[in-house]
Structures are given as structure tokens and as C-alpha cells.
Ligand binder design. Sequence first.
Ligand SMILES: Nc1nc2c(ncn2[C@@H]2O[C@H](COP(=O)(O)OP(=O)(O)OP(=O)(O)O)[C@@H](O)[C@H]2O)c(=O)[nH]1
Ligand SMILES: [Mg+2]
Length: 302
Amino acid sequence: MLGSVSGQTTNFRSGLVAIVGRANVGKSTLLNALLGQKLSIVSAKPHTTRHRLLGVLNGSDFQAALIDTPGFLRKGRDQLDAAMARQLSGALGDAHVIVLAAEPRYPGDVERALIEQIASVDVPALLALTKTDTIARQKLLPVMARYAETHPFAEIVPVSALERDGLTPLAEAIGAHLPEQDALFPPEMFTDRTTRFLVGELVREKIFEHYAHEVPYDTAVEVVTFEEREGEAPDYIRAVVYVDTPSQKRLLIGKGGGALKEVGVLARSEIEALTGRPAFLELWVKVNTRWRRKAGFIQRTL
Ligand SMILES: Nc1nc2c(ncn2[C@@H]2O[C@H](COP(=O)(O)OP(=O)(O)OP(=O)(O)O)[C@@H](O)[C@H]2O)c(=O)[nH]1
Ligand SMILES: [Mg+2]
């Protein structure tokens, strides 16, 4: 169990907050918006997030350790799916508060399955109705009413991460439902992930944005070298991009290496924004046939 790190506090609340939901509903975008900083990668494709990732939100009288999770997977096809599902159920099991993120529509089968899991754990659950910029206000009320009938949510909060609308009420609702206890993490701790991991994720994000069909899903990224340099000299980063087949390798690299180069340029600028330092990024593509079925490989890269 984690120790308390702050001193004597009165009425201070803190704990782990699992953000769960269907793939692509905006969980990672919401986490970043609540934190006010990009931590988790985002794309228009479902199942972008593969890992649980913790970001610490420090309020004036609470500390919420927000956990982003992979989108709900009903049944795993392979080891990667199974690992992603474990990351989600692990976060649900650990949480002091659960935030179910859902688009502003009536609950579907995925939401019902998640609500069933939420109902089986004895912690407060909040519902965040995301992307409210995409629908008219009056359409929200019947959706909120339907959800309220489905589960006794502690609060239902409509949000638009894009327009930064509803974020303060959501943060306050999270804070109010955390257990009374001292902070779990030191105030300077922002995430449980290493810069090296986050760098790999930024490369993966650009691949999710850039390639169609199965290529992003058959891609894994491993940062093999991360040398921090002094002063003006750029940090040296070498990442291996694994794919499933030689044809995916050709697609990823593109004509004359153009496609991969573009990924590198975009990833590098985000890496520099993350570290605040110049970076030199080298990308290598390797084929690792059927890696999604290899538990050891997944454990290493996840
Ligand atoms: N219009 C609008 N789009 C949003 C909002 N939040 C997220 N999106 C978009 O929704 C898509 C999915 O966002 P993510 O944050 O990656 O969703 P996720 O739930 O983390 O997805 P997975 O990790 O794949 O489960 C992206 O294209 C986002 O830009 C919002 O408030 N408004
Ligand atoms: Mg995500």
C-alpha cells in the first residue's frame, strides 16, 4: 500500500480515480484536459490507449490520481487484447472513485456491461458525458435521465474537453467523492510513467494518426536508447517500430522513406514539447510476426 507523504491535514481527500469507457469516447482527451497537460496519447481511431497510465491532479483540498485505461474490450482475440482488458479491470479494482466516460447517447451494450462491473465494486461512480460540443443542450437531458435510471451515479457531469467546458465541475465532483486521507503521491509527482515510455507513446500516436486499416493495430513501439545530453546538444532517442508483416514494414516506411520521416518529424516536435529539450529521433522498423500473440513481447513493450 502507498504511504502518506503529506503532513497533518484536515478534510483532505485523495485516491485513485479510474476513467473507464468504450473505446474512442474521449477518455485520454479528458485526462489531459483535467491535468491541463498532454500526458496520454489521443487519436480518432478506437483502441489507441493500450496501457493504464496515471496522472496526478492536485486540487486545493484534494489529490486525484487519475488513471486512463484502454477502451472496453469484450473478448480478447489475442494476448494484446487480453493485456489491455487486464489493464482496465485492474484499474477498476484499485479505484476509490470510478468515472465512466460515455458519449452523450443512450447507454449501449458496452456501457451496460461496464455499469454491471461498476455496480459490483463498492465505490462511488461518476458519469462524464463527453463531447457535449457535438450535440444540442436539450438532447442531453433525456440521456442523463436514462443513465440515472440505469445506475445510481453519484453525479452526472456533461463535459467538452475540446471546449474546456464542464472540467471544473467534474474535477470538483471527483474531489468530493474521494476518501478522506492524506495525499498518496508527493506533490511534484505528475505521472507514474517514465519519459522514455511517453516518448514511445508519442511515436505510436503519430502512427495511429498517419496510417489506415490494421497498420496502427499491428504496431508496437519500443524506445531502445534514450540518452539525455547537456545544454544545446539534442537528446538522442532511438525507437524501434515493430510491425507484423513485411508489407506493413514497406507501408510504414513509404516511398523513399517519406512516410516514416513524416512520423518522425511530428513525433520529435511533440517529444521536444514534453521534455523541453531538443531531440534527435531515429526510427527503425522491424518485423516481429504475430507479436500480438506473444505474451513476453507484450509485457516488455507495455
Ligand atoms: N468534438 C469533440 N471530440 C473529442 C472530445 N474529446 C475527444 N474527442 C475526440 O475523440 C477522439 C477519441 O479521443 P481519445 O481521447 O483518444 O478517446 P479514448 O476514449 O481515450 O479512446 P481509446 O484510447 O481508443 O479508448 C479523438 O479524435 C478526439 O479528438 C470533445 O470534447 N469534443
Ligand atoms: Mg485513450
